[in-house]
Design a protein around this ligand. Structure first.
Ligand SMILES: CCCCCCCCCC/C=C/CC(=O)SCCNC(=O)CCNC(=O)[C@H](O)C(C)(C)COP(=O)(O)OP(=O)(O)OC[C@H]1O[C@@H](n2cnc3c(N)ncnc32)[C@H](O)[C@@H]1OP(=O)(O)O
Length: 282
């Protein structure tokens, strides 16, 4: 069954919708161009957009609001021209409170489901590094434009985390079964050129302005198309994955909690955090 279908009858409401801009201190800011109906959603959590419970809650809220406002497309990007998103906030996993840890994983599942299941077209404008959860956000979008000289990939296994089945599925869908298996297991991080070669991203751009033009070009390809046929086809392709994730979500949360509470993992995390700091001090 289709979860959400673009409703052409609501289009007249959209045509009266004006530019929306979130407050300057918001974790996620949104601007809708009232001429094109395209929203630019900017992740705004300095320094590296790591996914805290609060940031993920804002992402889900934003996508839900956009879904209700009948925009015609969305570009997801970062305030920083160095890091698109550094993945889950590592601090959420250091000696965590168990209830919050469960909420973090549940919200990551929600973030994946809401971004992956939008009725409108989505483009990730990857204007910086996108490891792990950062790569997840990009994979949820339909199309990916990446600026040169950054890295992207699902490096979870390098950190001692297992990649959950729903995220593996999104990777498989993007780069194919064989490559997804190899690179999820290895935890490969790709530079921009290699990400393009393997199909993890669709286009490269020299800088942000060019990347935005390419992103808008993708959205414009749907201008003359029936929004109903477009979104119905997308959701018919994606809804089963979302339903599957929802069916297994409790077990998935418990696996994550078990993974994170393991003492080897906690020790590894301390070493990893220190290595990030040492790298910075070099
Ligand atoms: C079968 C089911 C089982 C379930 C098991 C779990 C499944 C997990 C699957 C999916 C989950 C994803 C997990 C993750 O996302 S884990 C996080 C992975 N992220 C990373 O490894 C990225 C680490 N960061 C970097 O590599 C670099 O920071 C960067 C992103 C390349 C940016 O480099 P840059 O030089 O610009 O910046 P700094 O390194 O100096 O960082 C600035 C400060 O930000 C802190 N930082 C960086 N990343 C994070 C992060 N992810 N969380 C929290 N904090 C982060 C960094 O330490 C610096 O802090 P400081 O200024 O205080 O030193």
């Amino acid at each position: 069954m289709l979860r959400k279908i673009f409703n052409p009858a609501r289009l007249s409401r959209f045509q009266r919708t004006m530019v929306t801009v979130s407050s300057s201190d918001a974790l996620v800011s949104t601007e809708v161009d009232d001429k094109t109906g395209y929203a630019t959603v900017t992740l705004n959590r300095a320094p590296v957009n790591s996914l805290s419970l609060e940031l993920m809650t804002e992402i889900v809220k934003t996508v839900d609001e956009l879904e209700r406002s009948n925009i015609r497309g969305m570009v997801l990007t970062s305030f920083s021209n160095k890091v698109f998103c550094a993945g889950l906030d590592i601090m959420e996993m250091v000696n965590p409170d168990l209830d919050r840890l469960r909420a973090v994983w549940t919200r990551l599942q929600d973030t994946w489901a809401s971004l992956y299941g939008t009725s409108f077209p989505t483009v990730a404008l990857i204007n910086g590094h996108a490891p792990a959860g950062g790569c997840l956000l990009a994979l949820c979008c339909e199309y990916r434009v990446m600026c040169n000289n950054f890295n992207i990939g699902l490096n979870e296994t390098q950190l001692g985390l297992a990649v959950p089945p729903w995220l593996q599925g999104t990777m498989r869908q993007t780069i194919g079964t064989r490559e997804a298996e190899i690179h999820c297991i290895k935890g490969t991080m790709f530079n921009s050129q290699d990400a393009l070669k393997i199909g993890l991203v669709d286009e490269l751009a020299a800088e942000n302005g060019e990347a935005m033009q390419r992103a808008l070009h993708y959205l414009n390809t749907f201008k003359q198309m029936s929004p109903y046929a477009r979104s119905a086809t997308k959701l018919l392709m994606r809804n089963k994955d979302i339903e599957d994730m929802k069916r297994g979500r409790k077990e998935d949360v418990e696996r994550f909690v078990e993974n994170v509470m393991n003492s080897d993992f906690q020790n590894g995390l301390t070493v990893y955090l220190q290595s990030l700091k040492n790298r910075k001090n070099k």
